[in-house]
Design a protein around this ligand. Structure first.
Ligand code: KDG
Ligand code: MG
Length: 403
């Protein structure tokens, strides 16, 4: 079944998304997500100029071979741009395979290993009281797991807290990245109290998560983990910049608070040491940034061998196409842990027609053949690309810090 066309759609229904469309000789269309927040056009160009021409004439059914062809064949391996591009191709080919077979993708991956996929939502606030109300709202909606972030007294902006007037918590800006300030001391003093307030009001039945967003040193992370032990966290996420994998040995020596890492990883090699030395509890690699369904399954299989569970990234900058793909993988792997679900706010729904469902804290990708997401190209054309950058962090002395 030959591929006869491959093209890229860039659209911004609320935020920027890059989508790959692959068409086969018998008219079957597969969709892939190629969105790399803040660097969207790099992936779009990589696909348009270097990948799409190579796909024409290839057999769409040979997913593994096409994956290897694009990965090994480029000579320059890995990196977020290449791996996001390969992911888009891979996701689109699984979509095609499912549509041709008349089966949802999870059936091709071995079938459902559970009835639903537990997801966590984002609760936040510009004060602890506001954050607690947001946790309550999530529990009312049926969530069983909630990530809690709150503004820190004395600091003007903190990651994960949306401005009061809107829900886009990554205050992306045009032209140049918005600058924020960061000091570790106030954060470390405040967070145990803030998360303790959640436990005090809601008890221990809700799964509680917190994202540190790469901002601590290993020793600081160890101290935070220890201070949070009494709150029995589901996890703390990205405590330190994780390209330094051996740093996690130090964190592990100091705390039993579970650790989740991997949303910015793009290959199995990025998490090899973390997994094989059991330095983390959850691996957060995503289907769209870590080489697609084919490569993500390989990472998850390695993780399974070492008792590490999955906890994939699912922020709103991953399009509904990759969110659906994530649900198909989540439903089928033995070592699923949890899935992040931030949702996509309208007008994204005008462009991406989804079939996945949320019920009582669990999600299901639906049973439509393929991924179960279709893209309305006419609607996409109404929302032109809107260049945006993620913010950056500086310490009070002006030096750059991890955001
Ligand atoms: O594009 C960056 C976001 O996806 C990231 O900041 C969100 O850390 C994040 C999370 O855990 O969802
Ligand atoms: Mg994160």
């Amino acid at each position: 079944m030959k591929i006869i066309d491959a093209g890229v759609i860039i659209t911004a229904p609320g935020r920027n998304y890059v989508t790959l469309k692959i068409t086969t000789e018998d008219g079957v269309v597969g969709w892939g997500d190629a969105t790399l927040n803040g660097r969207e056009l790099a992936v779009a160009t990589y696909l348009r100029d270097h990948v799409c021409p190579l796909l024409i004439g290839r057999d769409a059914h040979r997913i593994e071979d096409i994956w290897q062809y694009l990965y090994k064949g480029s000579y320059w391996r890995r990196g977020p741009v290449q791996m996001t591009a390969i992911a888009a191709v891979d996701i689109a080919l699984w979509d095609i395979k499912g549509k041709v077979a008349g089966l949802p993708v999870y059936q091709l991956l071995g079938g459902a290993a559970r009835d639903g996929v537990m997801v966590y939502g984002h609760a936040s606030g510009s004060s602890v009281a506001e954050m607690l109300d947001d946790v309550a709202a999530h529990l009312d909606e049926g969530y069983l797991a909630v990530r809690a972030q709150s503004a820190i007294p004395g600091m003007d902006k903190v990651y994960g807290v949306p401005p009061k007037d809107g829900r886009l918590y990554e205050p992306a800006s045009s032209n140049v990245p918005q600058e924020e300030t960061w000091e570790t001391g106030p954060y470390l003093r405040f967070v145990p109290t803030m998360l303790g307030a959640v436990r005090e009001r809601f008890g221990f039945d809700v799964h509680l998560l917190h994202d540190v967003h790469h901002r601590l040193s290993p020793l600081e992370a160890g101290r935070l983990g220890r201070d949070l032990e009494e709150h029995r966290m589901f996890w703390i996420e990205d405590p330190t910049p994780a390209e330094d994998q051996s740093a996690f040995q130090l964190i592990r020596q100091h705390t039993t608070t579970p650790i989740a890492v991997g949303e910015i990883f793009n290959s199995i090699w990025d998490c090899q040491q973390l997994i094989t030395e059991r330095l983390i509890d959850y691996v957060r690699t995503s289907v769209s940034h870590a080489g697609g369904i084919t490569h993500l399954r390989r990472i998850f299989a390695l993780a399974d061998l070492y008792g590490v569970r999955t906890g994939s990234h699912g922020a709103g900058d991953l399009s509904p196409v990759s969110f659906a793909a994530a649900l198909h993988v989540d439903l089928s792997v033995p070592n699923f842990g949890i899935q992040e679900y931030m949702g996509h706010r309208d007008p994204a729904g005008e462009v991406f027609r989804t079939g996945y469902k949320f019920e009582n804290g669990y999600m299901h990708p639906g049973d439509a053949p393929g991924l179960g997401v279709e893209v309305d190209e006419q609607a996409a054309a109404k929302f032109p690309y809107d260049p945006k950058y993620l913010p950056i962090n500086r310490r009070r002395d002006g030096s750059m810090h991890d955001w």
